[in-house]
Design a protein around this ligand. Structure first.
Ligand SMILES: [Ca+2]
Ligand SMILES: [Ca+2]
Ligand SMILES: [Ca+2]
Length: 193
């Protein structure tokens, strides 16, 4: 089981972008949104469920944003009824994720505040660019005017995984201990019942 997004459901992206770059683990390769674009990713071999604690449940990886850049994050269990969570980066805790470059970050999103049903798998995540279009293209650099929307590297759902922002081990080496921790968590949950 990998905790990252597995399936691209829809895409309103410019054909020049490569939507699949949002899937899988963060790798420094991003989907570059145009202003107003949105896309939906789906978790198929893992679930996005509320943890019933303030621990982050949904992690979104992205490079540094300009003040004009933002994106709305919504979740859904059926790809029809959407629950808005807020805007990245301003509405959530953001921590550096310097695995690829010093300007990489991730938003740590606790979905429990939205009064969700802990039995439901909110496996669809919609990211919609809400960046502000420059009023005059002549006032910005050519590169910025070409791709003014957000850039998203990866989306992760990992409700059982305690997020440690101090140490960021390689994913292959962390996979086995995490599996053990999840197993212990399930064990204690069952004992409490
Ligand atoms: Ca997955
Ligand atoms: Ca939570
Ligand atoms: Ca990527």
């Amino acid at each position: 089981m990998d905790p990252f997004a597995d399936n691209l459901v829809i895409s309103g992206l410019n054909p020049s972008a490569t939507p699949s770059l949002i899937m899988g683990q963060p790798d420094g390769m991003t989907v570059d949104f145009n202003v107003g674009d949105s896309m939906v990713v789906e978790f198929t071999d893992n679930m996005l469920i509320p943890s019933s604690t303030t621990a982050p449940d949904l992690l979104i990886y992205f490079p540094m944003m300009s003040p004009e850049q933002a994106a709305m994050v919504e979740i859904s269990s059926d790809n029809e009824n959407w629950i808005p969570l807020g805007m990245i980066p301003v509405d959530f805790a953001v921590s550096p994720y310097p695995a690829f470059s010093s300007s990489s970050y991730r938003a740590l999103i606790d979905i429990d505040f939205a009064n969700l049903d802990p039995e439901i798998n909110y496996k669809f995540v919609r990211i919609s660019d809400m960046s502000i279009l420059p009023t005059s293209v002549t006032q910005v650099s050519p590169a910025y005017s070409v791709m003014p929307g957000v850039m998203i590297d990866a989306v992760e759902a990992n409700p059982m995984h305690p997020v440690n922002t101090e140490e960021i081990p390689e994913f292959p080496t962390v996979a086995l201990p995490v599996a053990a921790i999840i197993g212990i968590a399930f064990f204690f949950q069952h004992r409490k019942e």
